[in-house]
Design a protein around this ligand. Structure first.
Ligand code: MF3
Ligand code: CO
Ligand code: CO
Length: 276
C-alpha cells in the first residue's frame, strides 16, 4: 500500500470492536435511510418478467442520482450494485438476464456508501402470486430478524441475538444458515464483531453502546446446509429448499437499539401494499 492509499483508507480491522460516537450514528442514519429508500423503490420494480440485471441497473442509477456508491460494485470481484437471491438461493445471487417468474421469492441486498459510511440492508419481495409456504417462510424470516434486533441492548451478548433468532425459527420448523453471519460496519463494509444468527444466551461478545453492526438471518424451509456454485458467489441450499433473508443495520444505544435502515415508506415486509 502506498502512503496515499494509507491516507485514504478508513481504519482497518484491528481486532477491537469500534465504539462509535454521535457523528458516526448521524452518518449511519443518513446512509441507512438512503439504502432503505433504494429498497423502497424496488417494490415497484419487482414483478414477473423483470430481469435481475434490470434491477441491478436501477440500483446503480439510484446510487448515482443520490451521490452514493454501491459497496458491492467491485467488492472482491463482485461486479454488481445489488445481490439478487431467488428461491433456493441463500445469498450473494448475481444479477443476470433471466426474467423473474410468477411465484418466485427474491431477496434484494443493497449496501450504499454515503459520505464514506455503509448502509447495508436487504428485504424479500414476492413476485406475483407466491405459494403459501413461501410467503410463510418470508414472514418467519422477518419476524426472526426483528426478534434478533429486540435482543440488542448494552450488556446483552451477540449470543442473545443468535438465540432469539434460532429459537423462533426452529419453533416454526425452519432452519438457520450457519455459513454466513451479520457483521460490524461503519466506514468499513465488514468489520468486527461477527453476528451469528444461532447460539446460546449469554455467549459471545458483550454489547456496548456505540457498537454498529448488521443482523441478517438467512432462514431455510429445509435443512441449513449451503453450497457455493461455480461462479464463486451464489450460495444455494444443498437440499434446494426455499431460503429467505432480511437485513438491517443497527446501532447499540444507551437504552437499547437504533435501526438505521427503517423503510421511510413503512415497507418493512411484503406484500408492501400499504405503501403510499
Ligand atoms: N451485502 C452483503 C452483506 O450483507 C454482502 C454482499 S458482498 C457481495 O454483507 F460481494 F456479494 F456483494
Ligand atoms: Co451485511
Ligand atoms: Co447486505
Amino acid at each position: 500500500m502506498t502512503y496515499i492509499d494509507a491516507a485514504a483508507m478508513p481504519t482497518r480491522k484491528t481486532g477491537v470492536i469500534k465504539i462509535h460516537g454521535p457523528e458516526g450514528f448521524a452518518a449511519m442514519r443518513k446512509a441507512g435511510k438512503l439504502t432503505a429508500e433504494a429498497l423502497d423503490v424496488m417494490a415497484d420494480v419487482v414483478k414477473p418478467g423483470v430481469t435481475t440485471a434490470q434491477i441491478d441497473k436501477i440500483a446503480f442509477e439510484f446510487a448515482m442520482d443520490h451521490k452514493a456508491y454501491p459497496a458491492t460494485l467491485g467488492y472482491r470481484g463482485f461486479r454488481h450494485s445489488v445481490c439478487t437471491s431467488i428461491n433456493h438461493v441463500v445469498c450473494h445471487g448475481i444479477p443476470d438476464s433471466k426474467p423473474l417468474r410468477d411465484g418466485d421469492i427474491i431477496n434484494l441486498d443493497i449496501t450504499l456508501i454515503v459520505d464514506g459510511w455503509h448502509g447495508d440492508s436487504s428485504r424479500m419481495y414476492l413476485v406475483g402470486e407466491v405459494p403459501r409456504r413461501a410467503a410463510r417462510l418470508v414472514e418467519v424470516t422477518y419476524e426472526a430478524l426483528m426478534l434478533g434486533i429486540a435482543a440488542v441492548k448494552p450488556g446483552a451478548t451477540t449470543g442473545d441475538i443468535g438465540a432469539a433468532i434460532q429459537t423462533f425459527a426452529e419453533a416454526e420448523r425452519c432452519s438457520v444458515v450457519r455459513d454466513f453471519c451479520g457483521h460490524g460496519l461503519g466506514q468499513l463494509f465488514h468489520d468486527e464483531p461477527n453476528i451469528l444468527h444461532y447460539g446460546r444466551k449469554g455467549e459471545g461478545v458483550k454489547l456496548k453502546a456505540g457498537m454498529i453492526f448488521t443482523i441478517e438471518p438467512m432462514i431455510n424451509l429445509g435443512r441449513p446446509q449451503v453450497k457455493i456454485l461455480g461462479d464463486g458467489w451464489t450460495a444455494v441450499t444443498r437440499d434446494r429448499s426455499l431460503s429467505a433473508q432480511f437485513e438491517h443495520s443497527v446501532g447499540v444505544t444507551e437504552t437499547g437499539v437504533e435501526i438505521f435502515t427503517t423503510s421511510p415508506k413503512g415497507m418493512h415486509q411484503p406484500p408492501y401494499t400499504n405503501a403510499s
